[in-house]
Design a protein around this ligand. Structure first.
Ligand code: GUN
Length: 291
């Protein structure tokens, strides 16, 4: 058997087209564009690439992009002052401070300073709490993108056994909450989990978000399972995920490739969250279900 390869790139492109249509409707109704502010501190090349593609995608969707570049040695106070300015700016619906920040800056303090109702990354503890309690808020982009791919692949997820490998605040924990909301039976595994291969073996859905190149082996996968690989690891042989793709693809029912799987979904969902924020802030109705 050979797995269906989940084309996240194509799914993300189609999602971005649906978003652009609704952005255009929003502009007609509200008389302004949704706006996304992205803050980049320092010169980390990978972060600079991400920020540039976020800006381009924002403009391509018909939204306003505000890019703020601060020097690597910016003070905590100056960064917080910029966040305050963006919180108060009515043209800004979404604020994203690109992580990681240089070591002298306090990421939690910065994330927590963002107005939760402009927190399109969904990293603010208020949004984590809203997700955990079923309140409306913002959900982190990468896990939300993973759930979209899973529902597209499998339809209703009710009752399925899902194993999330990784317990980060950005991916693992919100991923588990979202799968629980879809009525999966959810296990969160991590670096200290005993007999990880047996835990993974019983899963109908495996989400790998550990940041270790090709750690999840094909023999661990239950035949027919759906495998979502969130890992992006740069190795001597190129970009690889957290899953041994070749091994897993011969056993799984469906699997996301790296690159071209989960990665493109993150920016698409960021645009979605920004549109949703603008609509909520201006009281304009949009078709969230179509996004
Ligand atoms: N760094 C890598 N991915 C992300 C993301 O989704 N949001 C932010 N703010 N920083 C990141």
């Amino acid at each position: 058997m050979s797995a269906n390869i989940i084309d996240g790139k194509a799914f993300a492109l189609a999602l971005r087209e649906r978003i652009a249509v609704q952005v255009s409707d929003f502009v007609s109704a509200a008389g302004r564009k949704p706006g996304l502010a992205v803050v980049l501190v320092g010169e980390d090349p990978a972060s600079a690439v991400y920020v540039r593609s976020k800006g381009k995608a924002t403009v391509a969707a018909g939204m306003a992009s505000f890019e703020h570049r601060l020097p690597a040695d910016v003070s905590q106070d100056d960064l917080l002052a910029l966040v305050d300015t963006l919180n108060a700016d009515p043209a800004v619906d979404g604020i994203l401070v690109q992580l990681p920040l240089p070591g002298h800056l306090d990421e939690l303090a910065v994330t927590t300073r963002i107005d939760p109702d402009k927190d399109v990354d969904g990293f603010h503890p208020v949004n984590a709490g809203r997700l955990a309690t079923g309140l409306e808020g913002f959900v982190p982009c990468t896990p939300l993108g993973c759930v979209m791919l899973l529902k597209d692949q499998l339809g209703d997820l009710t009752g399925l056994d899902a194993v999330v490998i990784g317990r980060s605040n950005i991916v693992g924990k919100p991923m588990a909450q979202l799968l629980l909301k879809e009525s999966c039976t959810v296990t969160i595994a991590h670096s200290r989990t005993r007999d990880l291969s047996s835990v993974v073996k019983r899963a109908d859905i495996v989400v790998a978000a550990v940041g270790r190149p090709e750690m999840v082996k094909g023999e661990w996968i239950k035949p027919g399972a759906t495998v979502i690989d969130v890992g992006i690891n740069r190795t001597a042989t190129g970009l690889v995920g957290d899953v041994d793709f070749g091994g897993a693809a011969s056993v799984a029912g469906a699997i996301t490739p790296v690159p071209g799987g989960v990665g493109p979904m993150t920016i698409a969902v960021l645009l979605r969250n920004t549109l949703v924020s603008a609509a909520r802030r201006d009281g304009v109705a949009i078709d969230e279900a179509a996004l």
